[in-house]
Design a protein around this ligand. Structure first.
Ligand SMILES: NC(=O)c1ccc[n+]([C@@H]2O[C@H](COP(=O)([O-])OP(=O)(O)OC[C@H]3O[C@@H](n4cnc5c(N)ncnc54)[C@H](OP(=O)(O)O)[C@@H]3O)[C@@H](O)[C@H]2O)c1
Length: 293
């Protein structure tokens, strides 16, 4: 990996046997509308991925379900041979139907196939980190995970996966998985306005397990709040910068994977996340979460 042009905000975090920059990149936005099919501008998507690496980011989040296959294939095309320091994190547990839905694919055979497909589309012999994604679009659901998680542990023992994580799960499911094998991260929906996992984040921090919020900027509906606007105006910056800086300051185990299909936005986000929020800013921003609880 060539020397990064800037130092990333947040420093690094150790995910099992991987060291990653806390400022990562979520690749979901690179496939077509509705996360289906190819991007409108393939070259632009490849350029974003190369810029991610040029900035020194060493954590890319993806899934073979994005496209499907599209995002993984873009990553491979843009970045192979992969820089040694770069780690690509993928997830299994859902597939895609013809309507663009995300039906569960959590039977042992589904999971083995999905791991194989991720290895193939990313063009690697071993996956750095695989998250078992449970629940549905409404969030985590009370479902057993033992059979699915044990299947991934077997694949890890066979040398196909280095580290395991969970996504879209409850605290109870985290405990259930950890009774079977170690996990290095939990990837759930969380942002300044959606703070259901506040306790879980603190519990994971105490165990040195990373928390990786998806939808850090609000996902498909961008974050809007009067308080957020007031703080952004006072600090002469954007809502997005405040939202990212807040996550980095919220807890040291939070890793960022903001999604973007734009090189300009990627650079803005890296710069914006450097903002040092004051105690007064943080007290005010906390009220957003209270309003939306
Ligand atoms: N585990 C799961 O179930 C799950 C679910 C969803 C997502 N994820 C992961 O989490 C990552 C992040 O989530 P996400 O991408 O859905 O949502 P997000 O990061 O909250 O928001 C992405 C949206 O913000 C826009 N954006 C980013 N930077 C911007 C800027 N500087 N100015 C204006 N707009 C900006 C992007 O548009 P532009 O493209 O125009 O910049 C895009 O529409 C995904 O990429 C994916 O890897 C995981």
């Amino acid at each position: 990996m060539t020397a990064p042009t800037v130092t990333l905000p947040g420093g690094t975090w150790t995910l099992g046997d991987l060291v990653v920059t806390r400022f990562g990149y979520g690749a979901m936005q690179l496939s077509g509308p509705g996360v289906m099919g190819p991007p409108a501008d393939r070259d632009a998507a490849l350029t974003v991925l190369r810029e991610v690496v040029a900035l020194g980011i060493t954590h890319i989040d993806t899934s073979n379900a994005y496209g499907p296959r599209v995002t993984n294939e873009l990553i491979r095309e843009a970045l192979q041979p992969y820089p040694e320091l770069l780690h690509v994190v993928t997830k299994v547990g859902s597939c895609r139907d013809e309507q663009g839905g995300w039906p569960p694919a959590r039977q042992p055979d589904d999971l083995r196939r999905s791991v194989e497909e991720n290895l193939q589309t990313l063009g690697v012999d071993v996956l750095d980190l695989v998250n078992l994604r449970l629940g549905n679009a409404q969030g985590p659901q009370p479902e057993p995970l033992t059979a699915a998680f044990e299947t991934l542990v077997e694949l890890q023992q066979q040398g196909l996966i280095r580290n395991l994580g969970l996504s879209n799960v409850t605290a109870e499911q985290v405990a259930e998985a950890r009774a079977i094998a170690p996990i290095v991260c939990v990837q759930n929906a969380y942002n300044l306005a959606y703070r259901r996992d506040d306790h879980l984040i603190d519990e994971l921090a105490a165990e040195a397990i990373a928390y990786v919020p998806f939808f850090p900027l609000g996902g498909f509906s961008s974050l809007q709040s009067k308080i957020l606007s007031t703080v952004a105006i006072r600090r002469h910056t954007t809502l997005i910068s405040v939202a990212l800086a807040w996550l980095l300051q919220r807890s040291p185990n939070i890793l960022l994977i903001p999604g973007t299909s734009s090189v300009a936005h990627l650079n803005e986000n890296v710069t914006g996340a450097r903002l040092a929020l004051s105690d007064d800013d943080l007290t005010e921003l906390d009220k957003i979460g209270l309003q939306t609880h």
